[in-house]
Design a protein around this ligand. Structure first.
Ligand code: 5GP
Ligand code: ZN
Length: 115
């Protein structure tokens, strides 16, 4: 989608700092980090929200998301201290980019509940 910021990152039209990629997903650093490590794990396919995930995505894409989480937790030395994976869905969930993504946050003590 031409007006989607993450599609534009995936197509290389907007610069990013990629940290992991494969056939189905890409991960890059968040432009406005909320923790020492703040990465975004994003399917290459334009899926607007969690509610738009279809059966084929469950097989092809969702497992890759969590494989990337584990890989990146190792790459960024988060295994021992721990980390948080967040998906904001829709307006009340605080989603601001309408292309499915998972935040991976770590490197500091995170608090709960979120705002
Ligand atoms: P959301 O609020 O939708 O869950 O998260 C969107 C995230 O995308 C935010 O944390 C925001 O900082 C990040 N973001 C928005 N625009 C860009 C961009 O152009 N580049 C990168 N790397 N991150 C972005
Ligand atoms: Zn998109």
């Amino acid at each position: 989608m031409s007006d989607c910021v993450f599609c534009n990152i995936i197509e290389g039209k907007i610069p990013s700092v990629p940290v992991y990629e494969n056939e189905h997903i890409i991960a890059f650093k968040d432009i406005n980090p909320q923790a020492p490590t703040h990465l975004l794990i994003v399917p290459r396919k334009h899926i607007p929200t969690t509610m738009d995930i279809v059966e084929g995505d469950m097989k092809d894409i969702i497992p890759e998301i969590f494989a990337a989480v584990k890989h990146l937790a190792g790459q960024f030395n988060l295994e021992q201290g721990g980390f948080r994976v967040v998906n904001n869905c829709g307006k009340d969930g605080g989603q601001t980019v309408d292309h499915l993504h998972f935040h991976l946050l770590g490197g500091r003590q995170l608090t709960w509940p979120p705002g």
